[in-house]
Each structure stands twice: as structure tokens, then as C-alpha cells.
Design a protein. Structure first.
Length: 268
């Protein structure tokens, strides 16, 4: 009986200490936990702007997020949401920047600076696609996974389609040219892999994809050559001849044309 009683006393003491600890932790009011409690919208926006102007992006993000949460319909809400996209981008938070830009576009499609949101969304995808690769000094990024680069390509195209007169359109167009060639080359790397392994139909499909989706790419002539070799591998000589005629007409100096005759890379 004495052991049972001691255990009960110990349990009661532990429970009392736990309750006291809980009470102590609850002494902190929500206002004390929130450093922005009582800060008015204009003041909070100015604090965020001060951090942005001094390139203190993590602090700016914290303040802009607080502003967006506390005053989602205030007079500074739209500008704060747009500047939050910029702060994320400058801080290297590219996924967050893309998400914030998409949200801004969805909420404010007619905003005077909507084109800027599209542009920042594209730049964020551009950086996400290039940063990990180029910092690792990988020479040919067209051989790597290009999911983010495809997002950038689509974002910049949408910007130009929706806002052809935007001040950001010329830069977006230059980036599109680069991305188009890189994405096309990536498809051809895959097609080459299929050719080497005798998967001729898959190689033809990859080549056709490049011709149809990236017709202005410098890789188009190589895509035609891929299709020719793929058709030859499938025994579809008529189709191979049709594509060969196109290659002769558009790229008579192609390296796989010798005296007008097509020389396959892998077929005997």
C-alpha cells in the first residue's frame, strides 16, 4: 500500500508541474507573440519598402507576408502582393515567386502591372531551370531535365501573347529564342537515344515533335534527319523519301547529306 501511495503522490506532483508549465506558457498573449500587432497597414507597408530598398529581402518578405495576411483588401494590398513576388525572386525563392505571381495574376488580371507579374513568373522559372545546372558547371543543359525551362518558355510566350507592347516583351522574346533551341535540342538528344537502341518509331515521334512545336528552332534540320533515319529503320522508305526531300530543300548543306544522298548515323 505504501508503494501505491508513493506512486500516486509522484503522479500528482508531475501533473501539477505540467499544469504549471502550461499556465506559464499561456502567459504570453497573442499580441506579444506577433511583432506586427497594432502596426497599421501604411506603417507596415513602409517598413516592408524600407527593407526592400536596402536589399534585406528576408525581412521584406516577412513584412509583406504579414501585410498580405492582415490587410488583404487594404489600399496597399495589390502593390504589396506584387512586391512580394519580387522579394521572393530576389531572395532566390523561385517556387514561391512563381506561386505568388500566379496568385497575383489570378486575383488581378487587369492590373496595370500584370505584365510584370508574368515576367517575374517567367524569370523565376528561368532561374530555377538554370541555377542548379550552371552553378554545377554542366556544359550542355539541354541534356538535363528541363521541366522548369519549359515553364519559363510557356510563361514568356504567354507574356508576349497577352502584352505584345509590354516593356518586358523584348527581353522575353530573346529568352524564348534561347529556350526554344535548348528544348528542341533536348528532344533530339532523346531521339538520338532511341535511334541507337532501334526504337525507330519513338525517334520519329520526337523528331516530328520538334518540327511541329519548335519550327523556328535551329534544331529543325536535325529533327528532319532523325525522322528520315527513323523511317528507314521502320522500312518506311516512301515516308523517309518525303522527309528527305524537305531536308534537301531547306538544308542542302546538312552534314548527313553527301552529294544529296542521306547518310544515317546508326543504320548500316
Amino acid at each position: 500500500m505504501r508503494v501505491f501511495s508513493a506512486a500516486n503522490r509522484f503522479g500528482a506532483l508531475a501533473l501539477s508541474l505540467a499544469l504549471l508549465a502550461g499556465c506559464a506558457s499561456n502567459d504570453t498573449t497573442p499580441e506579444e507573440e506577433d511583432e506586427f500587432a497594432g502596426v497599421q497597414e501604411r506603417e507596415l507597408y513602409e517598413l516592408a519598402r524600407t527593407a526592400l530598398d536596402s536589399n534585406r529581402y528576408p525581412i521584406a518578405i516577412e513584412r509583406l507576408e504579414a501585410l498580405d495576411t492582415r490587410y488583404p483588401f487594404g489600399p496597399h494590398a495589390e502593390q504589396a502582393q506584387l512586391e512580394l513576388v519580387y522579394a521572393y525572386y530576389e531572395n532566390g525563392d523561385w517556387e514561391e515567386a512563381r506561386a505568388a505571381a500566379s496568385r497575383f495574376i489570378r486575383l488581378h488580371p487587369d492590373h496595370p502591372q500584370a505584365d510584370y507579374a508574368y515576367y517575374l513568373r517567367g524569370l523565376s522559372a528561368w532561374q530555377a531551370g538554370r541555377f542548379s545546372l550552371e552553378r554545377l558547371r554542366l556544359i550542355d543543359i539541354s541534356k538535363r531535365d528541363l521541366g522548369a525551362s519549359r515553364d519559363a518558355y510557356n510563361d514568356f510566350r504567354e507574356l508576349i501573347q497577352r502584352f505584345p507592347q509590354s516593356e518586358y516583351a523584348p527581353d522575353a522574346q530573346q529568352r524564348i529564342v534561347y529556350l526554344r533551341d535548348m528544348l528542341a535540342r533536348h528532344e533530339l538528344h532523346v531521339a538520338d537515344y532511341y535511334l541507337r537502341r532501334g526504337a525507330y518509331l519513338a525517334a520519329v515521334e520526337r523528331g516530328r515533335w520538334v518540327v511541329e512545336h519548335y519550327p523556328e528552332s535551329s534544331a529543325t534540320r536535325d529533327a528532319l534527319a532523325t525522322m528520315i533515319e527513323g523511317y528507314q529503320g521502320l522500312g518506311m522508305d516512301d515516308r523517309a523519301g518525303e522527309v528527305l526531300a524537305v531536308l534537301r530543300e531547306n538544308a542542302p548543306d546538312h552534314e548527313q547529306l553527301q552529294g544529296g544522298r542521306f547518310v544515317p548515323k546508326y543504320l548500316d
